[in-house]
Design a protein around this ligand. Structure first.
Ligand code: AMP
Length: 177
């Protein structure tokens, strides 16, 4: 079951934190739902909205199964670094083993911080906005589904304006509700 969150309202504000979730191993949908449940159970995270699922072609390392991707909007009192650590705990609980993973290769569960309000973070372990946010259709489409009016905090450009550049990347939306 999907967590009970408000699913249909448009125009989420830009001061929320936005995440991208993906899986291309095993029970992909089950892994994404389990990760959402972990977010809802965390005492310092409120899940505001989640997107539909999107079946998406692998990028960079193309010889691997297709991914199931989604986006989520949360509020949190955690700092970006604390949030990343919580997300990595959730990834580990979902079967992610970084010691054997190939960069941009198959993964049971991957959770990235796309935006943390309008904050800009540029440290060796964490970059926000996520550096590949604007060049990945599997990130942009789910994100714009739940927050169509978002603006890139660094470039000031509407995120929707990046979509035409990624339109060739194969993707199918799976509407479950
Ligand atoms: P990945 O293989 O996609 O999970 O990413 C590997 C590394 O990216 C992680 O160990 C993080 O330290 C780093 N990273 C940098 N920026 C971000 C971000 N915005 N969200 C998630 N991970 C990030």
């Amino acid at each position: 079951m999907l967590p009970r969150v408000s699913l249909r309202k448009k125009n989420l504000p830009s001061d929320l934190t936005y995440l991208s979730l993906g899986s291309n191993l095993g029970d992909r949908q089950g892994r994404l739902l389990a990760a959402l449940q972990s977010l809802t159970r965390h005492s310092q995270i409120d899940l505001i909205r989640s997107s539909d699922f999107y079946e998406t072609a692998p990028q960079d390392v193309t010889d691997q199964p297709w991914f199931l991707n989604m986006a989520a909007a949360i509020t949190t009192r955690l700092s970006p670094t604390e949030l990343l650590s919580v997300l990595q705990d959730i990834e580990r609980a979902g079967g992610r083993d970084r010691s054997i993973s190939i960069a941009r290769g198959p993964r049971s569960i991957d959770i990235d911080i796309l935006l943390y309000g309008s904050l800009i973070v540029d440290t060796p372990g964490l970059t926000i906005p996520h550096p590949r946010l604007t060049v990945r259709r599997f990130v942009l489409e789910p994100l714009l589904e739940i927050a169509p009016d978002l603006v890139h905090p660094v470039t000031g450009q509407a995120l929707g304006e990046y979509l035409p550049d990624v339109a060739e990347q194969p993707l199918h939306r799976i509407c479950l509700r």
